[in-house]
Design a protein around this ligand. Structure first.
Ligand SMILES: [Fe+2]
Length: 390
């Protein structure tokens, strides 16, 4: 005998009842309708795969356990009707029945099952909109789900958000990061220091200025987000910079189409030089990827190594690079702000162009602690928190 009622949906969410008004079988599909006009057309075999009660959905994992090789003919579905509680009730050829939660079906009709459904749409910005990152209370984000959600929501929307008032020890960044999800390891480690080193392995660890850039364009999929926590900063110079790459790309598309097109077409081989590592990838600076993928900017001149394009494109590609960098560092697009101890700045590394002015090593010390975390992790946490807080 079952102690706990079997789950009614193939996931771990709660749904309100949304009673169906109609269920009509139509050539291997079932057409569902609600009284407010909403509708959903579902295939017989999709219904077959999603039977609850430990039939084809495994009760503990809520995942399908049915091998596709054993799928029956769609004629296995012989009837469909609306159950007294408004759920969909289906009858199979062997006489058994399966019920489907009306609210779960409705969330599909409303397209709330889609990957971007609860992820905020990006809002492009320029320096006229913000002079500093949107800022939230750091200690609250560490302890309160609603505060963490607000921070991540702004991060997804604007590609940039800041926490302030955090403790300045090295545990804070991994603790905060792992509240979001798994941190992405690279040849720089799971977390890494950004400070002026005697023997730097990256331009980031020299006092040199860093023009607007994205990290690790040397990878097939560069890290989705980056978090930088300021441990110490007594430098007077070395302000941080940010520009919204989406806004820069839109400007080019709308006003300098030729520059945009060569940046989206002409590939460069990106290559990180190291005695122990040799990461390489060839791609354009404006990398639209395949349909459905987010735009990725590959912009880091220290690792842009070789042109990988027709010779005829090289002069235009260099001219376009210069124009892209001019725009990204212009007063129109770029904000400049001080990094204060206890600040944590998070940003979309494939969208935002980050940088810094020259560090005045004679004037003080500047020490940041950084990590990467992929888009998947941030969006997963946003989905879970948005349902939990609803
Ligand atoms: Fe960087």
């Amino acid at each position: 005998m079952q102690d706990v009622p079997l789950s009614r949906t193939p996931d771990f969410y709660q749904y309100d009842e949304q009673p169906l008004a109609a269920a009509v079988v139509d050539g291997g599909f079932v057409d569902l309708g609600w009284s407010d006009g909403a509708s959903l057309r579902v295939h017989a075999l999709w219904l077959f795969e999603n039977q609850m009660g430990d039939v084809t959905i495994e009760e503990r994992t809520r995942e399908c356990k049915h091998d596709p090789v054993d799928l029956p003919d769609p004629s296995v579905l012989v009837d469909a009707s609306v159950a007294p509680n408004g759920d969909l009730s289906v009858q199979w050829a062997d006489g058994s029945r399966a019920d489907y939660h009306s609210g779960w079906l409705r969330h599909i009709s409303d397209a709330r099952h889609r990957p971007r459904a609860v992820i905020p749409e990006p809002i492009e910005w320029t320096a006229a909109d913000f002079t500093e990152p949107i800022t939230f209370d750091g200690p609250a984000a560490l302890t309160d789900d609603a505060a963490l959600y607000e921070f991540l929501d702004a991060l997804a929307r604007y590609g940039l958000a800041r926490l302030e008032g955090l403790p300045t020890d090295y545990d804070v960044l991994p603790v905060l990061g792992r509240k979001v999800g798994a941190l992405r390891d690279t040849n720089f480690g799971i977390t890494w220091p950004v400070s002026v080193d005697v023997k730097p392995t990256s331009t980031a660890n020299t006092p040199l200025p860093l023009p607007p850039h994205t990290d690790l364009p040397t990878r097939e999929t560069p890290p989705g987000f980056q978090m930088l926590h300021c441990i110490h900063n007594s430098c007077k110079a070395g302000f941080s910079t940010m520009a919204d790459g989406y806004a820069v790309v839109r400007h080019l598309r709308d006003h300098q189409r030729g520059v945009h097109d060569v940046l989206a077409r002409a590939n460069w081989i990106f290559f990180n030089r190291s005695p122990e590592h040799d990461h390489r990838w060839s791609g354009p600076l404006i990398d639209y990827g395949t349909p459905g993928m987010p735009l990725t900017l590959r912009a880091f001149h220290p690792v842009r190594a070789f042109p990988d394009m027709d010779d005829a494109d090289v002069p235009d590609a260099y001219a376009a690079l210069r124009e892209f960098s001019r725009l990204a560092s212009s007063d129109e697009f770029q904000m400049r702000y001080p990094f204060r101890p206890g600040d944590l700045v998070a940003f979309d590394n494939r969208r935002l162009l980050h940088g810094r002015a020259t560090i005045d090593v004679e004037g003080g010390q500047r020490e940041l602690h950084g990590t990467y975390i992929d888009h998947d992790e941030v969006y997963s946490r946003l989905r879970v928190l948005s349902r939990r807080l609803a």
